[in-house]
Design a protein around this ligand. Structure first.
Ligand SMILES: Cc1cc2nc3c(=O)[nH]c(=O)nc-3n(C[C@H](O)[C@H](O)[C@H](O)COP(=O)(O)O)c2cc1C
Length: 157
Protein backbone atom coordinates (compact mmCIF):
# COMPACT_ATOMS: atom_id res chain seq x y z
CA UNK A 1 0.00 0.00 0.00
CA UNK A 2 1.23 3.51 -0.76
CA UNK A 3 2.61 5.36 2.25
CA UNK A 4 0.10 8.22 1.87
CA UNK A 5 -2.82 5.75 1.83
CA UNK A 6 -1.51 4.27 5.06
CA UNK A 7 -1.39 7.71 6.67
CA UNK A 8 -4.86 8.64 5.44
CA UNK A 9 -6.22 5.41 6.94
CA UNK A 10 -4.22 6.05 10.12
CA UNK A 11 -5.91 9.46 10.50
CA UNK A 12 -9.31 7.79 10.94
CA UNK A 13 -10.56 8.33 14.50
CA UNK A 14 -11.58 5.25 16.48
CA UNK A 15 -12.06 4.33 20.10
CA UNK A 16 -9.41 2.19 21.76
CA UNK A 17 -11.04 -0.83 23.38
CA UNK A 18 -10.13 -3.88 25.39
CA UNK A 19 -11.58 -6.91 23.66
CA UNK A 20 -12.03 -9.90 25.97
CA UNK A 21 -13.18 -13.42 25.20
CA UNK A 22 -13.03 -16.88 26.71
CA UNK A 23 -14.70 -19.24 29.10
CA UNK A 24 -13.87 -21.13 32.32
CA UNK A 25 -10.99 -22.95 30.65
CA UNK A 26 -9.24 -20.17 28.73
CA UNK A 27 -9.61 -16.43 28.58
CA UNK A 28 -7.73 -13.48 27.19
CA UNK A 29 -7.82 -9.79 26.38
CA UNK A 30 -6.29 -7.63 23.66
CA UNK A 31 -6.41 -4.02 22.45
CA UNK A 32 -8.65 -3.35 19.45
CA UNK A 33 -9.45 -0.14 17.62
CA UNK A 34 -11.14 -1.37 14.46
CA UNK A 35 -14.56 -1.34 16.09
CA UNK A 36 -17.96 0.07 15.11
CA UNK A 37 -21.67 -0.08 15.95
CA UNK A 38 -23.50 -1.68 12.99
CA UNK A 39 -27.16 -1.94 14.11
CA UNK A 40 -29.59 -0.25 16.50
CA UNK A 41 -32.32 -2.90 16.59
CA UNK A 42 -31.03 -5.34 17.55
CA UNK A 43 -28.03 -3.48 18.98
CA UNK A 44 -24.94 -4.83 17.22
CA UNK A 45 -21.25 -4.00 17.08
CA UNK A 46 -18.36 -5.22 14.97
CA UNK A 47 -14.69 -5.78 15.71
CA UNK A 48 -12.04 -6.63 13.12
CA UNK A 49 -9.61 -9.26 14.44
CA UNK A 50 -6.51 -10.48 12.62
CA UNK A 51 -6.32 -14.32 12.35
CA UNK A 52 -2.92 -14.25 14.11
CA UNK A 53 -4.46 -13.02 17.37
CA UNK A 54 -4.93 -15.48 20.19
CA UNK A 55 -8.48 -14.12 20.58
CA UNK A 56 -9.37 -15.04 17.00
CA UNK A 57 -9.98 -18.77 17.58
CA UNK A 58 -11.39 -18.20 21.04
CA UNK A 59 -14.16 -15.87 19.81
CA UNK A 60 -15.10 -18.47 17.19
CA UNK A 61 -15.11 -21.25 19.79
CA UNK A 62 -16.99 -19.48 22.60
CA UNK A 63 -19.30 -17.44 20.36
CA UNK A 64 -19.02 -14.40 22.60
CA UNK A 65 -16.84 -11.38 23.28
CA UNK A 66 -16.89 -8.15 25.23
CA UNK A 67 -15.65 -4.70 24.29
CA UNK A 68 -14.58 -2.24 26.99
CA UNK A 69 -14.30 1.49 26.50
CA UNK A 70 -11.39 2.84 28.52
CA UNK A 71 -10.73 5.98 30.53
CA UNK A 72 -7.92 8.12 29.17
CA UNK A 73 -5.91 7.42 32.36
CA UNK A 74 -5.89 3.67 31.63
CA UNK A 75 -3.01 3.79 29.14
CA UNK A 76 -1.07 1.23 31.20
CA UNK A 77 -3.54 -1.36 29.85
CA UNK A 78 -2.12 -0.89 26.35
CA UNK A 79 1.14 -2.36 27.65
CA UNK A 80 -0.39 -4.87 30.05
CA UNK A 81 -2.55 -6.45 27.34
CA UNK A 82 0.38 -7.00 25.01
CA UNK A 83 1.96 -9.49 27.42
CA UNK A 84 3.53 -12.57 25.83
CA UNK A 85 1.17 -15.00 27.56
CA UNK A 86 -2.33 -14.22 26.31
CA UNK A 87 -4.05 -16.53 28.82
CA UNK A 88 -2.45 -14.74 31.78
CA UNK A 89 -3.27 -11.16 30.78
CA UNK A 90 -6.44 -10.93 32.85
CA UNK A 91 -4.91 -12.43 36.01
CA UNK A 92 -3.96 -9.06 37.54
CA UNK A 93 -7.18 -7.33 36.50
CA UNK A 94 -10.52 -7.33 38.31
CA UNK A 95 -13.19 -9.04 36.22
CA UNK A 96 -16.40 -11.05 36.56
CA UNK A 97 -18.02 -13.53 34.22
CA UNK A 98 -20.81 -11.96 32.18
CA UNK A 99 -24.05 -13.76 31.35
CA UNK A 100 -22.36 -15.44 28.36
CA UNK A 101 -19.38 -16.41 30.54
CA UNK A 102 -17.12 -13.87 28.85
CA UNK A 103 -14.83 -11.89 31.19
CA UNK A 104 -16.12 -8.38 31.94
CA UNK A 105 -13.53 -5.97 33.32
CA UNK A 106 -14.61 -4.04 36.42
CA UNK A 107 -12.47 -0.96 35.72
CA UNK A 108 -13.51 0.64 32.48
CA UNK A 109 -15.62 3.53 31.20
CA UNK A 110 -18.27 1.24 29.71
CA UNK A 111 -18.63 -2.28 28.40
CA UNK A 112 -20.62 -4.14 25.75
CA UNK A 113 -21.12 -7.89 26.15
CA UNK A 114 -21.89 -9.59 22.85
CA UNK A 115 -23.09 -12.88 21.41
CA UNK A 116 -21.50 -13.63 18.05
CA UNK A 117 -24.09 -13.42 15.25
CA UNK A 118 -22.01 -13.19 12.05
CA UNK A 119 -18.50 -13.52 10.75
CA UNK A 120 -17.09 -12.11 7.52
CA UNK A 121 -13.64 -12.29 5.99
CA UNK A 122 -13.54 -9.48 3.40
CA UNK A 123 -9.79 -8.88 3.74
CA UNK A 124 -6.98 -9.78 6.11
CA UNK A 125 -9.10 -9.37 9.28
CA UNK A 126 -12.17 -11.31 10.39
CA UNK A 127 -15.16 -9.10 11.12
CA UNK A 128 -16.91 -10.45 14.18
CA UNK A 129 -20.41 -9.03 14.49
CA UNK A 130 -22.02 -9.44 17.88
CA UNK A 131 -25.42 -8.66 19.32
CA UNK A 132 -25.17 -6.67 22.55
CA UNK A 133 -26.72 -8.69 25.40
CA UNK A 134 -25.36 -6.64 28.28
CA UNK A 135 -23.91 -3.15 28.65
CA UNK A 136 -23.25 -0.42 31.19
CA UNK A 137 -21.71 3.04 31.33
CA UNK A 138 -19.78 3.93 34.49
CA UNK A 139 -18.42 7.40 33.73
CA UNK A 140 -19.36 10.52 31.80
CA UNK A 141 -15.70 11.21 30.95
CA UNK A 142 -14.42 11.07 27.38
CA UNK A 143 -13.26 7.57 26.37
CA UNK A 144 -9.75 6.78 25.18
CA UNK A 145 -9.44 7.05 21.42
CA UNK A 146 -6.82 6.93 18.72
CA UNK A 147 -6.43 10.70 19.27
CA UNK A 148 -4.78 9.80 22.60
CA UNK A 149 -2.44 7.28 21.00
CA UNK A 150 0.84 8.04 19.28
CA UNK A 151 1.08 6.08 16.07
CA UNK A 152 -1.72 3.90 14.77
CA UNK A 153 -2.71 0.30 14.25
CA UNK A 154 -1.68 -0.65 10.71
CA UNK A 155 -3.28 -4.12 10.65
CA UNK A 156 -0.62 -5.78 8.53
CA UNK A 157 -0.19 -8.95 10.62
C1 LIG B 1 -3.98 0.92 19.51
C2 LIG B 1 -4.04 -0.52 19.03
C3 LIG B 1 -5.13 -0.96 18.31
C4 LIG B 1 -5.20 -2.28 17.86
N1 LIG B 1 -6.31 -2.70 17.16
C5 LIG B 1 -6.38 -3.98 16.74
C6 LIG B 1 -7.55 -4.43 16.04
O1 LIG B 1 -8.54 -3.71 15.87
N2 LIG B 1 -7.55 -5.72 15.59
C7 LIG B 1 -6.50 -6.58 15.79
O2 LIG B 1 -6.56 -7.74 15.36
N3 LIG B 1 -5.37 -6.18 16.47
C8 LIG B 1 -5.31 -4.91 16.95
N4 LIG B 1 -4.21 -4.50 17.66
C9 LIG B 1 -3.09 -5.44 17.85
C10 LIG B 1 -3.28 -6.34 19.06
O3 LIG B 1 -3.82 -5.68 20.18
C11 LIG B 1 -1.92 -6.94 19.46
O4 LIG B 1 -1.28 -7.50 18.39
C12 LIG B 1 -2.03 -7.97 20.57
O5 LIG B 1 -0.77 -8.42 20.89
C13 LIG B 1 -2.98 -9.14 20.26
O6 LIG B 1 -2.37 -10.30 19.82
P1 LIG B 1 -2.28 -11.61 20.74
O7 LIG B 1 -3.46 -11.57 21.71
O8 LIG B 1 -2.34 -12.75 19.80
O9 LIG B 1 -0.98 -11.47 21.47
C14 LIG B 1 -4.13 -3.18 18.13
C15 LIG B 1 -3.03 -2.73 18.89
C16 LIG B 1 -2.98 -1.43 19.34
C17 LIG B 1 -1.79 -1.00 20.14
Amino acid sequence: MEEKWLHALGAMVNGIYVLTTGDDARMTGMIASWVSQVSHDPPMVMVAVHPNRYSHQLIKKTGSFALHLLLKEQKHLLVHLKGPEPEKRLEDLAWRAGETGVPILQDCLAYLECVLRARHEPGNHTLYIGEVVGADLFSAEEPMSTLDYEGFYVGKE
